[in-house]
Design a protein around this ligand. Structure first.
Ligand code: HMG
Ligand code: MG
Length: 303
């Protein structure tokens, strides 16, 4: 474990990945308040919304309102998902700091999620990446189903290497190794990272673990062992993907921060303020938090 990073950068993807799957409309004002609470807790990167078809993902239809409503803090990076030029054109006037193109290591998931093959997705992303760079906007690539797919089952690491190579080829600056349905275990996740690391440096890869099978923290530790220091999580463990039925939310940011701080790894995040942000959104959604750390700390506050 001699390669463990001393600091970690977390992107809270709760406002986007977390809320995209909510059945009931969540008012824009609540999403804006969530972003404000996350940045107040010390998050330096927040994935705010996506510019996708409102017929496919109605919850993100208020993207302009949310982006216009947030008060930006200097030093915080606000990212948004843009699957095609239409999405990019919608996003650009809202001045995101980073756009995210999202592809999949499995063909079936690519078809279900973005209605095209992996090769076609890269053709769609290429002009988006070029336009973003010309506008001075950073570009990230999310790689879904890097260990398992809801339609194809196990996904071999070679598929991750193939996708990462395509992303690199069109100029995507950094990539997320995503376990979309939370089926991964440490060695499989390490193999997926190693495949991505054939194309990207250790500073350009991030872990994005859904916690369906309760493996996300173990997988985080496995990625830390490789030196990975960028992670994505959702406050209060919000979320899921509409095209990955049964998959639960991302690992809770509260749980991730507790793990990292406990290992002496700096995140710059105030865990107490983060727990409060989680309480806020859980109350708005009318349900308790699945974060074990938040529940434990709240019980301690009460006693
Ligand atoms: P399509 O049907 O292939 O696109 O959708 P199309 O070009 O044929 O257009 C069809 C209609 O969609 C047209 O409207 C377009 O104008 C409209 P109509 O004429 O029928 O009224 N359209 C758009 N509208 C708004 N914004 C756009 C856009 N593009 C076309 N950007 C598309 C392709 C990708 C848009 C569609 O499949 C879609 O919106 N999919 C939703 C994908 C999504 O948001 N998934 C969840 C996020 S990914 C995720 O959660 C995984 C991640 O967290 C990592 C992980 O965990 O794995 C990132
Ligand atoms: Mg996700």
């Amino acid at each position: 474990m001699n390669q463990l990073p001393t600091k970690v950068r977390i992107i809270d993807v709760g406002p986007r990945d977390g809320l995209q799957n909510e059945k009931q409309p969540v008012p824009a004002a609540i999403k804006i308040e969530l972003v404000h609470r996350l940045q107040a807790a010390g998050l330096k990167e927040i994935e705010v919304t996506s510019y996708v078809s409102p017929k496919w993902v109605p919850q993100m239809a208020d993207n302009h309102e949310v982006m216009a409503g947030i008060t930006r803090l200097p030093g915080v990076r606000y990212s948004v998902l843009t699957p095609n030029m239409k999405g990019f054109e919608g996003a650009v006037s809202d001045k995101p700091d980073e756009i995210v193109v999202f592809g999949a290591a499995s063909e079936a998931f690519s078809q279900k999620n973005i209605n095209c093959s992996i090769a076609e997705s890269i053709e769609r992303f290429a002009p988006v990446v070029a336009a973003a760079k010309a506008a001075g906007i950073a570009v990230r690539g999310a790689m879904s189903c890097t260990v398992g797919c809801p339609y194809e089952g196990d996904v071999p690491a070679e598929r991750v290497g193939y996708l990462a190579g395509l992303m690199k080829g069109i100029g995507v600056e950094r990539v997320d190794v995503a376990d979309t349905i939370g089926v991964g275990t440490p060695r499989k996740v390490q193999a997926a990272f190693e495949a991505a690391l054939a194309h990207y440096s250790i500073d350009e890869v991030a872990g994005h673990f859904h916690d369906t099978y309760g493996q996300a923290l173990s997988n985080t530790l496995a990625a830390l062992e490789l030196g990975v220091w960028n992670y994505q999580s959702s406050v209060s463990g919000l979320g899921g993907c509409p095209y990955a039925k049964g998959a639960t939310g991302n690992v809770a940011t509260e749980d991730l921060v507790y793990l990292l701080h406990g290992m002496g790894i700096d995140t710059g995040i105030d865990l107490g303020a983060l727990v409060d942000a989680g309480v806020f959104i859980s109350e708005q959604l009318g349900r308790g938090t699945p974060s074990r750390v938040a529940r434990a700390l709240l019980a301690k506050r009460d006693s």
